[in-house]
Design a protein around this ligand. Structure first.
Ligand code: SF4
Length: 80
């Protein structure tokens, strides 16, 4: 079981993750990405059927802004 969120300080708003994995990633009006299922809290597990698309986005993010963990991320301040 894996969890994901976007380090929004490192996101350059390229839009790639949302194109590759629209079920998992969306972006703000400024183009900054966030994990869609949990509004970037990183506490909802990635569904099995979405994991390949997640990995593709994770590997292709040009800045490494997509984070991955095998446990829920701790609460943190988010920017929307
Ligand atoms: Fe941001 Fe990376 Fe997604 Fe591009 S692929 S929008 S840099 S998180």
């Amino acid at each position: 079981m894996y969890y994901t969120k976007v380090n929004q300080d490192n996101c350059i708003a390229c839009g790639l993750c949302q194109i590759i994995s629209p079920d998992l990633f969306d972006y703000t009006s400024e183009g900054i990405a966030f994990s869609k299922m949990d509004l970037n809290a990183g506490n909802v597990p990635i569904p099995d059927g979405r994991f390949e698309a997640f990995l593709d986005a994770y590997r292709k993010c040009p800045t490494g802004a997509i984070l991955r963990s095998d446990r829920p991320f701790p609460p943190a301040e988010q920017r929307f």
